[in-house]
Write a protein that binds this ligand. Structure first.
Ligand code: NAP
Length: 345
């Protein structure tokens, strides 16, 4: 179960040349607790990952990286919904395709998102108008110190835009071991984004939505199995209506998405693109040529290249638009997670 000083290059999607002292694959809650105790006994840092699809390693990790591999899916049907209980280590996209095969609807907009089911609530994954919070019923959380599990109802998960309680109060010393999803049987397709708007709401099938989402993602986003990346590197900034108006006055083509609270969401990829940064590279790290929000490892990148590139992108966007982008990707140094904004200063 344990290996010493192992390369993480193939174990995270950015594919950077970093190592960890130990790697453990945990298939049960007991194995997660044992790995945590081992780290405590050895006074070593402990890092829990799903598939490493949202992590930027800044250096080698001086401790134990644990991959959550708790699997299993059970479902039950009620009058109006399907209820799924899914092990945290299940692959997210496989779950999406399985639900389609089982005749269930509701996950199709979230197709092809890299990573595990257990990672999904942490940043409240979202795509094409659907977020995990729309379908999450509960999250089963293991306290690694006591070995006890508690069920956190979705209403208590403090879900926000790429946000949840699992990035804050339940960040350290806890592991998500399962996620409960509720998929309503009365299907209401969400067709507000991109090519989905071309589909006819009256006749559309779930398979058509799934296929359209997959086609859009495959056309625009680099496949992490081929090109190292961690998806959207930055979050879309949410700014005041005043600032949005000011920018629109100078850039009338800028897409704006007004939010319920009066603030305005901007498209970070568009802002980066306006700075003519598509394809811009620092050593082996580059801004993706199709989707500027994604930073890629062209192959030879080291962590410092990605950090230098991210810093450059932030500065360029801030100089042009007065907006400081915040990373969505989590920054990990030798000891654990670091404040990404501190690193990018
Ligand atoms: P896009 O269609 O080029 O649009 C750019 C941004 O504008 C999106 O990020 C999206 O914000 C926003 N947007 C577009 N249409 C919208 C609408 N009808 N209502 C509200 N906001 C709208 O985006 P894309 O880069 O190809 O991505 C498509 C979807 O996949 C997005 O939802 C995006 O979040 C998701 N995605 C996420 C990741 C990740 O790593 N987190 C990576 C790739 C794609 P939102 O992001 O808030 O939806």
């Amino acid at each position: 179960m344990t290996t010493k000083s192992i390369s993480l290059k193939k174990l995270h999607t950015f594919a950077l040349p970093v190592c960890a002292e130990q790697v453990i694959y945990a298939e049960t809650a007991e194995q997660l607790v044992a790995a945590w105790l081992l780290a405590k006994q050895q006074s070593k840092p402990f890092l829990l990952l799903g598939e490493g699809s949202n992590a930027l390693f800044l250096s080698d990790f001086a401790g134990i990286v644990v991959f959550n591999r708790i699997t299993g899916v059970t479902s039950r049907s009620t009058d109006d919904s399907w209820h799924l209980h899914v092990g945290a280590g299940e692959n997210w996209h496989k779950l999406v395709t399985d639900t389609l095969t089982w005749g269930m609807t509701g996950l199709e907009n979230l197709a092809l998102i890299p990573g595990c089911v257990g990672s999904a609530p942490i940043q409240n994954i979202g795509a094409y108008g659907v977020e995990l919070k729309n379908i999450c019923e509960y999250v089963d959380l293991l306290d690694l110190t006591t070995g006890k599990t508690q069920r956190i109802l979705a209403s208590d998960c403090e879900f926000g835009y790429r946000e949840s309680i699992f990035k804050h109060a339940y960040r350290d010393g806890y592991a998500i071991i399962a996620v409960g999803l509720r998929l309503p049987k009365h299907w209401q397709p969400v067709l507000s984004y991109g090519d989905l708007r071309l589909l006819d709401k009256a006749t559309v099938t779930v398979r058509q939505v799934f296929d359209s989402v997959c086609a859009m993602r495959r056309a625009k986003l680099p496949d992490p199995a081929v090109t190292g990346n961690a998806g959207s590197f930055f979050k879309n900034p949410v700014v005041s209506a005043e600032l949005a108006q000011k920018i629109v006055a100078a850039y009338p083509d800028m897409p704006v998405y007004p939010q319920a609270d009066g603030s305005v969401k901007l498209a970070a990829g568009w802002l980066i693109d306006q700075c003519h940064l598509k394809g811009f590279a620092i050593n082996g790290a580059a801004v993706h040529h199709q989707q500027a929000l994604v930073l890629i490892n062209q192959g030879p990148a080291i962590s410092a290249d990605v950090v230098a590139l991210a810093r450059h992108v932030r500065q360029q966007v801030a100089e042009r638009f007065g907006v400081w982008l915040e990373p969505e990707v989590r920054f990990i140094d030798s000891q654990g997670e670091r404040d990404a904004l501190e690193i990018l200063k």
